[in-house]
Design a protein around this ligand. Sequence first.
Ligand code: F58
Length: 835
Amino acid sequence: NVEASIPEPQRKAWLAHQTSGFKDKDGFETEVVRHVETTLARSMYNCDEQAAYSACSLAFRDRLILEWNRTQQRQTFADSKRVYYLSLEFLMGRALDNAMLNIGQKDVAKAGLAELGFRIEDVIEQEHDAALGNGGLGRLAACFLDSLASLNYSAWGYGLRYRYGIFKQEIIDGYQVEVPDYWLDFNPWEFPRHDVTVDIQFYGHVTKRTDDNGKTIATWEGGEIVKAVAYDVPIPGYATPSTNNLRLWSSKAASGEFDFQKFNSGDYENSVADQQRAETISAVLYPNDNLDRGKELRLKQQYFWVAASLYDIVRRFKKSRRPWKEFPDQVAIQLNDTHPTLAVVELQRILVDLEGLDWEEAWNIVTNTFGYTNHTVLPEALEKWSVPLFQHLLPRHLQLIYDINLFFLQSVERKFPKDREMLARVSIIEESQPKMVRMAHLAIVGSHKVNGVAELHSDLIKTTIFKDFVEVFGPDKFTNVTNGITPRRWLHQANPRLSELISSKTGSQNFLKDLTELAKIEHYKDDKAFRKEWAEIKYANKVRLAKHIKKTTGVDVNPSALFDVQVKRIHEYKRQQMNIFGVIHRYLTLKSLSPEERKKFQPRVSIFGGKAAPGYWMAKQIIHLINAVGAVVNNDKDIGDLLKVIFLEDYNVSKAEMIIPASDLSEHISTAGTEASGTSNMKFVLNGGLIIGTCDGANIEITREIGEQNIFLFGNLAEDVEDIRHNHTYGSYTVDPDLVKVFEAIEKGTFGEPNDFMGMISAVRDHGDFYLVSDDFHSYIETQELVDKAYRDQEGWITKSIESVARMGFFSSDRCINEYAEGIWNIEPLAVKDQ
Ligand code: F58
């Protein structure tokens, strides 16, 4: 009982405080005005939208803090198992809209803001996205936090508080230019905890001595210390008071301040050097997706964050005064990809070096605590760290890794005697020059469960990259949890009208808590009024996007045209190049027709968006070609509204919330077997868009749920990709004839200087076409023609759209989190009274 724990002299004031915050519109307005005039020290007479945003956020924040405190107290008193989600990325997007919705007071705020002279949409627009992630992996972490809170699980997220999140993308003369994203100017959603700090050690050396009992004691000494400071972000659950915590660590010099002595003696530059070096650790998010570059600073980030988080978790566990063996009953730690894998070693170090446990006992605790989620099979994305770098930065951890590897390889040897090749393949250390630490191997060996993120992907990891480990540990260690998305942000927030239409038919907003209730709308698929409104909502969303396109690119697009969208990170495996080649093919076809014949063509707007990693030359070339094609096509009088090509600058979470509901068709066209799951595919279908895609990732399960008649699948299958690649190198190889024509047009200079695009052409024509662009091109073009035909039958299209949404219940991140809770974490929700 929380109340009983409050000391008597403080209880009266505490009780009064519990009912503070606003109850209605008037109360809300009072709070907004109070924050404008006191917290912000401004006057209502010059309160602009930015100030209204700040004050509105502060008013909601006040409410959130109360529930946040209560939730933390409830979890502490319950003393039950907690789950910790360790992720280097949390792609949160905006917080205010989500807080209003989850608290359930958006209507109150809307009315209150209107009375104060503001439109709620404009106020929401003032917020800067929290973009602490690259793409799918980071956004998945954010959806998981939403579900964990909404389902009342005791859970914490742990991450890094980057001063700069993913860069802002500008398009200048058709090229991507990266601009730093400083997002912390005014951030009401974080709480610095200057009293929660951890000293983190780097470099130094290890000494060993033998104690009185003959036991070897290792001590890590010397080196440098950096301070980790906690910043907490409240995560409100939907329609529940549960408010969980996301703790982000920021780095600071251990001494706190700059060196005054150096400063006084005139050594100005060096007086701040230590401070700056320390702060560099949490300064910037690495902007690569699906590529590992092995930079020292990245390893420093990883250890800094992992060590601070584990210190915190262990400190919390120790308060319960339980024996160590109960650690895995109280703590589950999920590794979001291999980035936090050092946590395995760090926990073993804490238990053995600092707490004096035996190796075996400690290792049991470690392996029962961790679970590892893999997000990719691309070899270039699998993390490896050079042994010399490790030796330098984390000497004790390297020793522990060698010991872990030794015991592991001994166990493999027992199972597979004399199989030296097996040992070399599964070893945590790669015997290369220099030697490398394979983080995925360490993560598998250190966890009790390993999961992939869609069925095909989970099967693939078992039969390819982790095949040997299935033999070593048996198949039960490997499992699947198909990804999901939160319907709160990706349906209700992004598409309020559709959400309202659905609730009017399902009878309540309960589908936002149990997405399988969407099935009920299928009864209305022949209902004329329902269908009409369904179509009107899509159209209105397209009008909104068309306005944004006009404002940001100057191009007029017709909202009645088919909106064909591909928005995601730019990567060769995701094949935006195939899409733009297809667009060129369409353009050439249109040009070859008479004006009369052209009129029969289905008008389209091809919309692209996404960032390229700054060092990814080919991805940047793809962006340039898309813009170059747009510049020609959009100004061609013969073409008019029949085809427009748009590149939307700076794709991010808040733009996704506007773009996704406006799509008729979206493209998920990765080479089969390369996209682990994809999650935007789920978002598009949930918003009534159809998809064209390959048999890859979650597309396969989406097809199973919504029915083959409702999706446009094409291309080669994952099981055939290897043979086809082999044939490219050793057999006969010719480029698809339609694609040859596309290349000829580019080479003729139709879209400007051909040399600018030769990399993309020769990757297909001269360098083995690794991503099978040519092999899939014909089937892609044909399927696009089927799309045109299907779209012309508007009634048929609407039916497909309604059926698809009705059958998307499976893809809620709530389902996904419940699967993790049951199958991996062994944890149950914490009951919330008075819910
Ligand atoms: C993505 N991975 C997968 N990695 O590509 C996608 O299929 C999946 O749906 C999603 O994870 C969620 O499971 C991804 O986004 C990264 O961005 C990493 C960032 C850090 C470096 C390595 C890649």
